[in-house]
Design a protein around this ligand. Structure first.
Ligand SMILES: Nc1ncnc2c1ncn2[C@@H]1O[C@H](COP(=O)(O)OP(=O)(O)OP(=O)(O)O)[C@@H](O)[C@H]1O
Length: 485
């Protein structure tokens, strides 16, 4: 086998990486070197193509496992034996397991073979007795345009995402903007994704957006809670099982790895996955293959794994409760969903969204929204949603005011604890476009305190929690500073 491109090291038969500007990978499969050379010399006149060659079915499979092949030109007979039809086997396998576009290369006298190839899913055929630029290049160029269009559609879909796939993700803060960008980036790859963030922050919403925006949104999104079922049962749910594999296995059963097809397998609460299954999952991610319980035959996993956890996985690794190699494998594409306290600016949009889901009209006054922003939300967006659901049931007024918020909040849900409150404040101050933030904040605080105390320095000092002299010193310093002139 010769391969002029660096292998992408991807995970399964027909890996997909959507990069519109990358060169087109062409695989020439023929047992005769001279035939491969002729095709290669015709194609080498074209820019933007990277050629790969394979002389047998097995070699072709190996190339397809490691390189994102776009077009495969396949001789039907891959052996001196005239009965050999390995090329047709390859066409069928490619259509089942890959996004490569197969084209058969055969003699014009073999009409039956051509028909069989088209039935197996070949996109076109090239006649061996007419191998020339005029006939080969239009086919390859046509399929190349098709592939580029597919890539472009994916990119455009991802760019238009604010109005489509991430529409369930409410909020307009900078933080949520960055989250949307991260989602759109990971959609362009087919590697596993790890979604992290505190409980109730919206990890599942993010996983759904990744699936919806991806190229296989029409295939299933299956979710499995790794902490909810016993290990044995989980293994058979994930991998499927053969008839008689264990007591009660009275028929062969597909698992999630099969049923998901090219869709998304969402492993929720990943940190709870038992160690044995962690090893098995790693193998699937590395080889793209798995075995049912009780089977000796390997099958291909075609979908994408997206895992979520609110646990600190690196901490679990240190404790020996989570495999380091699996952590690194998954952590390549990490999407972090921030907690609600990091994006209190999103509260009005979230409130409007959840109010819109009620069966009665409900709205919040400005001061009520401010009161919500001052509270801590350890249960994050889920807790906010539950709070609004509760108000919708128990509160008679349609307009919610700050007093109502205070009355209906759970007693345990006090104001933001002082440290946390200061932290949230510090986060937003640090993002402000102000040159000297420390000075700006100090003078703002002093001015506010003076205004509240009616210009009385002692009153302002009491509000600030410092002495009157300290207030005066700071006011003098302010007057002397160059900006004050
Ligand atoms: N940005 C958001 N916009 C709209 N709804 C949201 C948003 N984030 C979360 N939600 C809603 O909040 C609730 C909790 O979200 P979700 O289940 O995605 O959280 P999670 O992080 O997966 O929680 P857990 O860690 O407990 O599994 C859901 O009802 C979800 O629809």
């Amino acid at each position: 086998m010769t391969s002029t491109a660096v292998a992408h090291g991807l995970r399964c038969f027909g890996p997909q990486v959507y990069e519109p500007d990358r060169p087109m990978n062409i695989l020439i499969v023929d047992d005769q070197r001279s035939a491969r050379r002729i095709l290669a010399s015709i194609l080498s006149t074209q820019e933007g193509l990277v050629l790969h060659e394979a002389s047998s079915l097995d070699e072709a499979r190996r190339v397809l496992t490691t390189i994102a092949i776009d077009i495969a030109l396949i001789d039907v007979r891959l052996d001196v034996d005239a009965r050999n039809r390995d090329g047709l086997v390859l066409v069928a396998e490619i259509r089942e397991k890959s996004t490569a576009l197969p084209v058969v290369v055969t003699a014009s006298s073999e009409m039956e073979e051509i028909r069989a190839a088209m039935r197996a899913g070949a996109y076109d055929y090239i006649l061996k007795d007419e191998l020339c630029e005029e006939l080969v290049l239009p086919i390859v160029q046509g399929l190349g345009s098709r592939r580029r269009l597919e890539h472009e559609v994916l990119h455009l879909r991802a760019r238009l995402a604010p109005d489509t796939g991430v529409q369930g993700l409410m909020g307009s803060s900078e933080v949520i903007g960055r989250l949307r960008t991260a989602i759109k980036r990971v959609v362009l790859s087919d590697r596993p994704v790890l979604v992290t963030g505190p409980t109730g922050s919206g990890k599942e919403v993010v996983v759904r957006a990744i699936h919806t925006l991806g190229p296989h949104a029409g295939d299933p999104l299956l979710d499995l809670n790794c902490g909810a079922i016993p290990e044995m049962l989980m293994e058979s749910q994930l991998f499927g099982h053969e008839r008689g594999a264990f007591t009660g296995a009275d028929r062969r059963q597909d698992g999630y790895f099969t049923a998901v097809r090219r869709g998304t397998l969402f492993l929720d609460e990943l940190a709870e996955l038992p160690l044995l299954l962690q090893a098995k999952l790693l193998r699937v991610l590395e080889t793209g293959r798995f075995r049912r319980v009780g089977s000796t035959t390997e099958e291909h996993f075609l979908g994408r794994v997206v895992a979520a956890t609110h646990a600190q996985l690196d901490e679990r690794v240190r404790q020996g409760r989570f495999r380091e190699d699996l952590f690194h494998r998954l952590n390549v594409l990490n999407v972090r969903v921030p907690g609600l306290d990091e994006r209190t600016q999103d509260i009005p949009a979230l409130v409007a969204h959840f109010c819109g889901q009620q069966t009665r009209p409900l709205r919040f006054s400005e001061d009520a929204l401010e009161a919500l922003a001052r509270r801590s939300w350890p249960g994050n967006v889920r807790q906010l949603r539950n709070f609004i659901d509760r108000l919708a049931v128990f509160c008679e007024d349609d307009l919610i005011r700050a007093e109502t918020v205070a009355a209906y909040l759970e007693p345990s849900q006090g104001l933001v604890p002082m440290d946390d409150g200061l932290k949230v404040m510090a986060h937003s101050i640090l993002r402000m476009p102000v040159a000297n933030k420390l000075d700006a904040i100090e003078s703002m605080l002093i001015n506010e305190a003076l205004a509240l105390a009616g210009g009385n320095k002692s009153g302002a000092a009491r509000l600030l929690g410092i002495g009157r002299k300290a207030v005066e010193r700071r006011l003098e310093r302010k007057d002397e500073s160059p900006e004050a002139e």
